[in-house]
Design a protein around this ligand. Structure first.
Ligand code: ITT
Length: 195
């Protein structure tokens, strides 16, 4: 059983599809610090949640990075989605010469077990504080388009990869290519061998 601290059921569904063990969702509302990177947000969140709930657990912090805006909204993606909505984000990109963007995820896994070697799984160990947190990252490139599709969540309808937006994919299809799917794949490989 893996504990996933998140208020987002879409993330939980995607995690269940990837991990070989059941996923228990805990909607503990950890502080999303203002930071330049989603990695810092995820590590801080995992530690704060671990103090409340105990280890092991995982959190996922993700963001949409728009090239023409120097990566904005990135770590501020939730705030921008809530304040502007995804249609206005698309409108804002229409005046730009490029619609290129990427989605990025960082999964932070708080653990008491010695992390061992994570390099092989492209993980990073954060042992500067307790508990140790191991992070796994994933990224997918695409472009911002007018909204299409009604699957997925968040920015999925305006993020096109290949011919389709992420909202036009099933959860399995999205997982196979997405930022979160890539990060989950690395976590799953590492868990299988070390935990
Ligand atoms: P948590 O409780 O796990 O924090 P959240 O929805 O607030 O859930 P994030 O802070 O990681 O998650 O998400 C930042 C924003 O990016 C938020 O507006 C999400 O809807 C959006 N987002 C995250 N992952 C996404 C994905 O796979 N597809 C589309 N939008 C996504």
């Amino acid at each position: 059983m893996i504990t996933f601290v998140t208020g987002n059921e879409g993330k939980v569904e995607e995690a269940e599809a990837y991990l070989d063990e059941p996923v228990k969702q805990v909607a503990f509302d950890y502080t999303e610090i203002q930071a330049d990177t989603i990695e810092s947000v995820a590590v801080h969140g995992a530690r704060e949640a671990a103090q409340e709930i105990g280890t092991p657990l995982m959190v996922d912090d993700s963001g949409l990075y728009i090239n023409a805006f120097d990566g904005f909204p990135g770590p501020y993606s939730a705030y921008v989605e809530n304040k502007l909505g995804i249609e206005r984000v698309h409108q804002l990109t229409k005046d730009e010469s490029s619609a290129k963007a990427s989605f990025r995820s960082v999964i932070a896994y708080a653990t008491d077990n010695s992390a061992g070697s994570v390099k092989r799984y492209d993980g990073t160990v954060h042992d500067d504080d307790d508990p140790t947190v191991v992070t796994f990252t994933g990224r997918v490139d695409g472009r911002i388009v007018p909204p299409r599709g009604d699957g997925g969540f968040g920015y999925d309808p305006i993020f096109e990869h290949g011919e389709k937006t992420f909202a036009e994919l099933t959860a399995e299809e999205k997982n196979a290519i997405s930022h979160r799917g890539r990060a989950l794949g690395k976590l799953a490989d590492w868990l299988e061998e070390t935990q």
